[in-house]
Design a protein around this ligand. Structure first.
Ligand code: URA
Length: 196
């Protein structure tokens, strides 16, 4: 049985399943269109996210907004969340145990949103959703199918800020996402003019 958003919100906000809760200002569950055909999954909240309680609102988030704009998707038409809902100290990568402790929340979000397409942003999301043996450098840009959902990994926007040379590959990946959304006839109100 699917839990409700209300129960999930309560579970996240009261969660003490790992040590991260002790060091964060507030939980960052995620936000956006709860019926979005496209879901984006990042790693975990950074400083700005921890302060505001919203996912991807810092520098990486600003770049993410531009990336979505580039494929004609307004941010409020997608659902955005992270693998872990509490900010890891000094923005370190969450440990496998911390990811494991939080994975139920992410699974519940996927079950509630029921996206048709998921984009994994960076290595932590790849590890949590596709498995720890996959490397982002090798699997990015490829489609994976899981329980009827098309899943594609690309670089995390923070990686693009650190290394702009990666932007070229990220753009290729984004165009693949746009093409798949069109193929599946998703966001047809946004993409219909392209066909005219
Ligand atoms: N990086 C992430 O992975 N998620 C955020 O919400 C912000 C930065």
């Amino acid at each position: 049985m699917r839990i409700s958003w209300e129960t999930l919100w309560n579970d996240i906000h009261t969660c003490e399943r790992c040590g991260l809760h002790a060091g964060c200002t507030q939980k960052v569950p995620g936000q956006g269109d709860v019926h979005a055909p496209l879901m984006l999954i990042g790693e975990g909240p950074g400083e700005q996210e921890d302060r505001q309680g919203l996912a991807f609102v810092g520098p990486a988030g600003q770049l993410l907004t531009k990336m979505l704009d580039a494929i004609q998707l307004p941010r409020d038409r997608v659902y955005i969340c992270n693998v872990v809902k509490c900010r890891p100290p000094r923005n370190r990568q969450p440990s496998p145990e911390e990811m494991q402790a939080c994975i139920g929340h992410l699974r519940a979000q996927v079950a509630l949103v029921r996206p048709r397409v998921i984009v994994l942003l960076g290595a932590t999301a790849v590890s949590a959703v596709l498995g720890p043996d996959l490397r982002i450098t090798r699997c990015r840009g490829q489609w994976f199918e899981k329980k009827g959902v098309s899943i594609l990994a690309t670089y995390h926007p923070s990686a693009l800020l650190r290394d702009p040379a990666k932007k070229r590959d990220a753009w290729t990946d984004l165009k693949r996402v746009r093409d798949r959304l069109k193929e599946l006839d998703l966001y047809s109100d946004l993409y219909k003019e392209d066909e005219a």
